[in-house]
Design a protein around this ligand. Structure first.
Ligand code: SF4
Length: 94
């Protein structure tokens, strides 16, 4: 995968509705996205490099493209987020 260094959203333009990039309006990331490697910044605002509307990706559980968490669903149907780094660290310590 290409490294997201420097300005990812080069040529993007801020509009009333969101960030316009290559003809698509991008909405800022949501809280659950924090820590994901697909985030890139543009003028102090964070956007997802994979999805135009991050909020929609989290509406029915966890984003399936998130690089920082793995979602599981428990018996009650609740979505549980397992931070990936923490679990990797735990595995190494064993
Ligand atoms: S890939 Fe998913 S979790 Fe990551 S920034 Fe985009 S919407 Fe958020």
């Amino acid at each position: 995968m290409a490294k997201k260094k420097g300005i990812y959203f080069e040529g993007a333009e801020k509009t009333e509705n969101g960030l316009k990039f290559k003809g698509v309006i991008l909405e800022p990331i949501v809280e659950n996205c924090n820590g994901c490697e697909r985030i890139a910044e543009f003028e102090g605002e964070k956007y997802c490099t994979s999805y135009a509307r991050p909020a929609a990706k989290w509406r029915n559980g966890a984003c399936n493209f998130a690089t920082h968490v793995k979602a599981t669903i428990d018996k009650t149907g609740q979505v549980k987020l397992n931070p990936l780094k923490a679990s990797k660290r735990a595995a190494r310590g064993r």
